[in-house]
Structure formats: structure tokens, C-alpha cells
Design a protein around this ligand. Structure first.
Ligand code: HEC
Length: 110
């Protein structure tokens, strides 16, 4: 009788996160917190608000009430967000950009 087929070989799927090659073009360019904010965050946080959860705006007082007291805390929220917010890892927003965004938020939304 036929032994059938041997389905051999392990399927190794390597998920490559292709980082777009725009890193080079911005060498030496100043990272603008505002521009990055508009690009990544403004869809939900237009003018420092929050269209998904209106309780959690980016106004300084609200942030502080929710334990977000500085640049580091804002970056922490990007890396590990609460319900309803997109997660931004270092591939999407490198630390330098994340810092610029955080500084922009802190100085802009009062
Ligand atoms: C898809 C919509 C969405 C996007 C895009 C988004 N956010 Fe949020 N964000 C939310 C929601 C919803 C919350 C509330 C989460 C929770 O309940 O903790 C939130 C909360 C926050 C908080 C805490 C606010 C508070 O008052 O506690 C910070 C800081 C924040 N976001 C920063 C950012 C930054 C910076 C970006 C861009 C890099 C961003 N968010 C992009 C939806 C979004």
C-alpha cells in the first residue's frame, strides 16, 4: 500500500517589519514634534483632545490626574497605550521622535 506523502520541512515564517527608508533623507533635519504629532496622534488627539475617550485628553491637568507627569510618561503611553489607542513601537516612532512629540504635547496643550 501507498505510504502517502511526507510533508516535510518546517515552515519558517519570518515576519519582517520593513522599515521604510526615509530615515536617511531626514538626517540632520530637525525633528519637529508638531509635525510628528499631526502625523501619528492628531487623528484621535486633534487639538489635544481625545475623540475616542473624551475623558483622556492631553491637557496638562488631565494628564497629571492620570499619572502622566512628563516626557517619559507620555512615551510610556505610546509604547504601552490604554484601551482604544494605537500602539507605537520604536519602529514606528523612534525614541527621538517620541521625545519631540512628548515635548510638543507638554508645551502646547494646557
Ligand atoms: C486611535 C486613536 C489614538 C491615536 C492615534 C493616539 N491615541 Fe493617545 N489615546 C487614545 C485613547 C483612546 C486614549 C485613552 C486610553 C486609556 O483609557 O488609557 C489615549 C490616551 C493617551 C494619553 C494619556 C492621556 C490621559 O489623559 O490619560 C497620552 C499621553 C496619549 N494618548 C498620547 C498619544 C500620542 C503621543 C499619540 C501619537 C504618537 C497618540 N496618543 C495617538 C487614542 C489614540
Amino acid at each position: 500500500m501507498n505510504k502517502g506523502f511526507i510533508a516535510g520541512g518546517a515552515l519558517v515564517s519570518i515576519v519582517l517589519c520593513t522599515t521604510a527608508g526615509f530615515a536617511d533623507t531626514r538626517k540632520g533635519e530637525k525633528i519637529e514634534g508638531q509635525k510628528e504629532f499631526e502625523k501619528h496622534c492628531a487623528v484621535c488627539h486633534r487639538s489635544g483632545g481625545n475623540i475616542v475617550n473624551p475623558q483622556k485628553t492631553l491637557a496638562r491637568k488631565v494628564l497629571e490626574a492620570n499619572g502622566v507627569k512628563g516626557v517619559k510618561d507620555i512615551i510610556a503611553r505610546m509604547r504601552n497605550p490604554g484601551p482604544g489607542m494605537t500602539k507605537f513601537d520604536e519602529k514606528t516612532i523612534p525614541n527621538k521622535e517620541a521625545k519631540a512629540i512628548a515635548e510638543y504635547i507638554l508645551k502646547t496643550f494646557k
